[in-house]
Design a protein around this ligand. Structure first.
Ligand code: TYD
Ligand code: MG
Length: 451
């Protein structure tokens, strides 16, 4: 009898080693290696499709694949325009953020175009049904299956031949090929691998739900993220009703696209006009608030930045940034000190993006600087002023991408003054009512803003 081989795999990142190690050399986490049985490689043939033949580039059909709409435009947008047949889509997020709700609503709409199977490996069918009633889910062709064994699930799929499949969640299903517990890296990887073979082989679009571990990564993240076609993260602050669906990987569309939802009593509602929503509760006439026109994927969104600068009662002042990269904020504070000559030493600094949004692009810099200066100087920024621009280390303001889109969105929402990089002014075609103020340096921007 062949000897059973075991291998140690890191439960954080999927790193594998033939011997046990106290610290994973890949992700540097301590005590994450667990002994698991290795699959005999020969057991599985990993042929996805019929053997390929070399084809002439000029003869390859380049038409867009037929995409299926999920009936939720925000979800379609994040997917790059709908579901591609045979694609494997991973939906990650913190527990309780609304992944099951989102997929149940999506699959309800998809079920009008074909048979859909929702495999619920965490909740009973009754629980899902009860939730479905609240959400108004009642598609005729929607099937529920409470099952955790991958072999059983595949058997049912053979019988039912669904057109769409949802697995909720990948961490609770297991294959009997492996002895390790459900949720372990090797189980997650093997199950996802088998689901991928099935998705590609049968052209079955498959959504997989994956929970995120404490530090923000999906269990067995790298292996999973590399396998699937699309990775969507569902994020949001549990204290806020807004949820943002972000594509972090997409083989069939652009990443950086976001979909905005609002969690209500009757489930998730799509937010078509995120700017209006994020600005709805903006305090006017108060210092420390600045509005930035930020680009998320192809869509400009106006968001309020709030800063609070107050003298610290401790030796080491606090620096807190919510929704922005705190290193970037530290850098902006240093620029304010050195290049704009605002004395912020000994001040506690808090910077927050209102509405629980996260902003990652450098175009936010200038607005962050304006909000900080506004709070520190206790001077109000005009409520009809919108600000964007990247700020370099010498305090220079650099041009950003797509200025026209940003300005037009601001104009649409009634803003009439825009402070932007001088380099962005060229050939800008914007409504006449919008006053454009091009600036070259952060101090020039602050002068323009506070006059
Ligand atoms: P759920 O979809 O179960 O989260 P996940 O699958 O990501 O773990 O969502 C659970 C949360 O959503 C729960 O805290 C209650 C809230 N919720 C609503 O506010 N309204 C609703 O209609 C539903 C179904 C859930
Ligand atoms: Mg769930």
């Amino acid at each position: 009898m062949a000897k059973q081989k075991t291998i140690f795999s890191c439960q954080q990142c999927g790193f594998q080693s033939p011997k046990w190690l106290g610290r994973c050399p890949d992700c540097q986490q301590w005590n994450t290696l667990v002994e698991e049985q290795q699959l005999a490689e020969t057991k599985h043939s990993r042929q996805l499709t019929a053997p390929g033949k070399p084809q002439k580039l000029t003869e390859i059909d380049s038409r867009e694949e037929d995409r299926l709409s999920c009936g939720m435009s925000e979800l379609d947008r994040t997917l790059g325009g709908g579901v591609v047949p045979g694609s494997l889509i991973l939906v990650g997020g913190d527990p309780g953020i609304g992944k099951s709700t989102l997929l149940l609503q999506a699959v309800d709409r998809l079920a009008s175009a074909g048979t859909a199977l929702y495999v619920t490996a965490e909740e009973s069918t009754r629980q899902v049904k009860l939730r479905g009633e609240r959400l108004g889910v009642n598609a005729e062709q929607l099937f529920l299956l409470a099952e955790t064994s991958l072999e059983q699930i595949k058997l049912r799929i053979k019988e039912l031949k669904p057109d769409f499949l949802v697995i909720d969640s990948i961490q609770t299903i297991f294959t009997s090929n492996l002895e390790s517990a459900p949720g372990s890296v090797s189980q997650v990887r093997e199950c996802a691998g088998q689901l991928m073979i099935q998705a590609k082989g049968e052209g079955l679009p498959t959504f997989i739900v994956g929970h995120v571990t404490k530090d923000g990564s999906i269990a067995g993240p790298r292996v999973l993220e590399h396998m699937v076609d699309t990775v969507l993260y569902f994020e949001g602050d549990p204290g806020h009703p807004y949820r943002i669906l972000r594509a972090v990987k997409n083989r069939f569309g652009s990443t950086n696209e976001i979909g905005v939802f609002e969690m209500q009593e009757q489930g998730l509602r799509e937010v078509r006009n995120p700017s209006e929503l994020f600005l709805a509760e903006r305090p006017e006439q108060s210092a420390g608030s600045a509005v930035v026109s930020s680009l998320e994927g192809s869509r400009p969104i106006l968001v309020e930045l709030q800063a609070l600068v107050s003298s610290s009662s401790f030796g080491t002042p606090q620096r807190t940034a919510i929704g922005l990269d705190h290193k970037r904020v530290g850098l902006l504070v240093a620029i304010l000190e050195k290049k704009v000559e605002l004395s912020l030493a000994g001040q506690d600094i808090f910077l927050n993006v209102a509405g629980g949004v996260r902003l990652d692009e450098p175009a936010v810099d200038l607005a962050a600087i304006a909000a900080l200066a506004s709070s520190h100087l206790n001077r109000v920024i005009n409520a009809q002023t919108v600000i964007f621009g990247e700020v370099g280390l010498t305090g220079e303001v650099r041009a950003v991408s797509q200025p026209e889109l940003r300005v037009k969105e601001a104009a649409r929402l009634g803003f009439n003054r825009c402070v932007l990089p001088q380099g962005n002014l060229k050939n800008l075609d914007v409504p006449d009512a919008m006053q454009l103020i091009g600036v070259r340096h952060a101090s020039e921007a602050l002068e323009a803003i506070f006059t």
